[in-house]
Design a protein. Structure first.
Lengths: 372, 392
């Protein structure tokens, strides 16, 4: 990641001639890749400098909501994520979750989601040196070239929709890019209802990614079939290694690979296991079944979950990447894991949306008409 | 050249900025936003006061579309977002006639292109669900004024048509006004109690608007503006946009409406009941008591007085089309504005006066709100005060 230059060059002393400014030697990706050293941790740092992590889930907005005072720029011990630690961990972009605590439903959920959106904008605005809002893959890259960590909005909970496609469009206008389907009346154990499918089609038309973590198998297979854009699992590991309700059984991972979706493995003790090796095992497993193009990382920091040892906060990604290096992951696969896959699904969602907008008008379907 | 021809020529240069049109609500109620069923590119005179051809005929150059939602139902914020979505869809569907406008500069650009600048106004503080965060997100979605109340009081402001409760604005209500100033959202004082108008004028450092209100001195109805408030507009810089609703502007219609409501209550119905039995009682009353009819001259009387009290730089137009069942003769729908301008020219208003009334004042006020917001944003961060904290 490009670093910020604070000063262009110092002024010359009086009487002394300006010396020509030396251009730093151009850094090519090849140079980074051929000079990784032999120590896995050094390798990991050097690799991540060129391929920063796209973190698929951060619970920071709700964690910040109740802090009376905080400064992410200088470091904030009350949370797991701040700018210095993200720089140390080579985090290049992250999705800020707009999920609400349970108990906020109905119109309260819509209002609380707007407040969360407002809080994110305010926080990002208050840290112009460290953070920048991004709404697309290209804007993530732009932010990184400017030395900023890109912040994307989402996932939001399905409650935030109030079962209205108009609100979905309003939230998209306000920057939302991922929506979690679990918990919605139209994405239940029985699968997607007709309205649920219409929600998915409208998400495709807008370019909002569907997050299927926590949904039923019936919903997953229907969404995989119906969605024109790749789907996400923002917090799912492998069921075969750790039976957790949000983890994915092997056959779903295979289906996901066929549909070119993306499974973001959470760095939590509950879903992945207590050590870095456990997380790496999940990544190995998902990569083996779904493919290297379908696996990514989800820090899940500041969401209240316990994290594996050595992965306690946003600065710890190099330890994980080092473990993967020592397991022989090729750099191409690691590049996909850290950010390439997230870039791909974002681009793909944008492309799908542009195509769909040529064909479809905004949907005015009502839940009562389709599911009533 | 007749006054009407002259009016049309003037409107071609300085089209009407209308402060309030309830088309989105009408589309929601009539067809649940099925915009094909009420395509405004076609003639909708059978169903609506508003369609594109009549807006053009009326010389409308900018429209604040109201994203009003009812205040007596839960889910106001949800419904407001749907109303905003409706306006955005209308703009997307008719790109050669409508242009989204977020600033005064956008309004001027739309006028230069010959498109109708489309702005949004929220009608009633219930739309933000007591949340300043939600207020800021509504601004981000394009809402450029918020009427502080609708017909009912809300927790932090008194309405003109409800019993006094907090006596104007509460502490949180004043914080809402300050936050609106900081965002650049105009404070709209139509529908609010006179006490709220005065409190808002005391608090706001940006010009205020009355998006659709007339003069109380001409017709004594609580929805209209008292003279002492009109007289404060020059100092504040705001604009009062005259409305056409007969039961607010014509004293005979005010009295008739009061009698009709009383008759409904005497027969055991709520005065706004529109069930068939209630309407039967209402029609029987109307047959024996013909409804008084307002005219273009009635509205011009209000403008003459408002100009007298507030000054020519502080008057505008807010028809409330598709938000009222009845309209004055000659101002039957959005194509009627030239008749009003012709009447004013007949009364001796100059072309400079008319340009201020129709276009310049309203554009100036939005620009002034933007200037204030730029200033305030540099001075203080967003407020996250809550109703509980301030009004306890």
């Amino acid at each position: 990641m490009a670093e910020l230059q604070d000063e262009l060059h110092a002024t010359a002393e009086v009487g002394e001639l300006d010396r020509p400014v030396a251009w730093p030697e151009a850094e090519s990706l090849d140079a980074v890749e051929t000079d990784l050293g032999t120590d896995p941790l050094e390798q990991a740092h050097a690799f991540l400098a060129g391929h920063p992590v796209a973190d698929g889930y951060s619970g920071l907005p709700w964690a910040l909501r109740h802090l009376p005072w905080f400064d992410l720029e200088l470091g904030e011990s009350a949370v797991d994520t701040d700018v210095p630690r993200m720089r140390e961990g080579h985090v290049g972009s992250l999705f800020w979750s707009l999920h609400l605590p349970e108990g906020l439903a109905g119109d309260r959920a819509v209002g609380a989601t707007l407040e969360q959106l407002d809080l994110v904008k305010t926080v990002v605005h208050a840290h112009p040196e460290g953070l920048r809002m991004a709404h697309s893959a290209a804007e993530i890259t732009d932010a990184q070239y400017c030395g900023r960590v890109a912040v994307l909005l989402g996932p939001a909970g399905a409650d935030a929709l109030g079962d209205s496609l108009g609100i979905l469009r309003a939230l998209h206008t306000l920057g939302l890019r991922v929506l979690t389907l679990s918990g919605a009346s139209w994405a239940s154990e029985a699968g997607l209802t007709r309205f649920g499918e219409e929600v998915l089609r409208e998400m495709n038309r807008l370019g909002v990614l569907a997050d299927l973590s926590g949904t039923s198998e019936a919903t997953i297979s229907r969404a995989l079939a119906a969605s024109k854009a790749p789907v996400l699992f923002t917090r799912s590991a492998a069921w075969a290694l750790r039976p957790h309700p949000a983890n994915l059984p092997d056959h779903v991972l295979v289906e996901l690979g066929a549909a070119k979706g993306l499974c973001l493995v959470p760095l939590t003790a509950e879903q992945a296991g207590p050590s870095v090796r456990d997380v790496a095992d999940h990544l190995d497993h998902v990569r083996a079944l779904a493919g290297a193009e379908c696996v990514g990382l989800s820090g899940t920091y500041d969401s209240g979950a316990a994290h594996p040892q050595d992965l306690a906060d946003a600065s710890c990604y190099p330890y994980l990447i080092a473990e993967l290096f020592s397991r022989g992951w090729p750099e191409t696969d690691l590049a996909l894991l850290t950010s390439g896959n997230v870039q791909r699904v974002l681009r793909s969602a944008d492309f799908t949306a542009r195509a769909a907008q040529q064909r479809r008008e905004p949907s005015t379907a009502k839940i009562a008409e389709l599911d009533g | 050249m007749s006054f009407l021809d002259e009016a049309r020529a003037l409107l071609a240069d300085f089209p009407v900025v209308d402060g309030h049109n309830d088309l989105p609500w009408a589309l929601r109620e009539q067809v649940r936003y099925d915009l094909d069923a009420r395509d405004i590119a076609a003639d909708q005179s059978a169903h609506l006061h508003t369609d594109l051809a009549r807006l053009r005929a009326g010389g409308v150059g900018a429209q604040y579309w109201s994203v009003y939602v009812r205040s007596d139902l839960p889910g106001a914020l949800t419904a407001t977002l749907e109303q905003i979505d409706c306006v955005r869809q209308l703009i997307d569907r008719h790109p050669s006639d409508l242009r989204a406008a977020l600033t005064a500069a956008d309004m001027e650009a739309a006028r230069a292109e010959g498109r109708i600048a489309s702005l949004m106004g929220a009608e009633g503080g219930h739309s933000i669900d007591n949340s300043l965060g939600a207020l800021r997100r509504l601004y981000a979605l394009g809402v450029r004024y918020m009427t502080l109340t609708h017909n009912d009081n809300i927790a932090w402001a008194d309405s003109a048509t409800d019993v006094p409760a907090v006596g104007g604005l509460s502490a949180f209500g004043r914080e809402v006004v300050r936050e609106m100033n900081r965002e650049g959202m105009l404070v709209d004082l139509s529908h609010v109690a006179a006490t709220t108008m005065r409190d808002a004028l005391d608090t706001s450092v940006a010009p205020v608007v009355f998006s659709h209100s007339s003069s109380r001195a001409v017709c004594d109805h609580p929805r209209n503006i008292p003279d002492d408030v009109l007289e404060r507009l020059p100092a504040n810089g705001g604009v009062a946009m005259v409305t056409f609703v007969p039961k607010f502007v014509l004293q005979a219609a005010v009295d008739w409406t009061a009698a009709a409501d009383e008759n409904m209550r005497a027969n055991g119905f709520h005065h706004l009941d529109t069930t068939p039995e209630a309407m039967k009682v209402h029609r029987a009353f109307e047959e024996s008591n013909p409804r008084p009819v307002a005219t273009v001259a009635t509205v011009a009387d209000h403008l003459d007085h408002m100009r007298e009290a507030a000054g020519i730089d502080h008057v505008g137009i807010g028809g409330d089309y598709d938000g009222t069942a009845f309209t004055p003769d000659g101002l039957d729908d959005v194509s009627g504005y030239p008749n009003l301008i012709a009447e004013l020219l007949d009364r001796g208003w100059s072309s400079t006066d008319v340009a201020k009334l129709t276009w310049q004042n309203a554009v100036r006020v939005l620009g002034a709100a933007e200037d204030v917001a730029r200033d305030l944003r540099a001075k203080r961060g967003p407020s996250n005060a809550t109703l509980e904290q301030l009004d306890g």
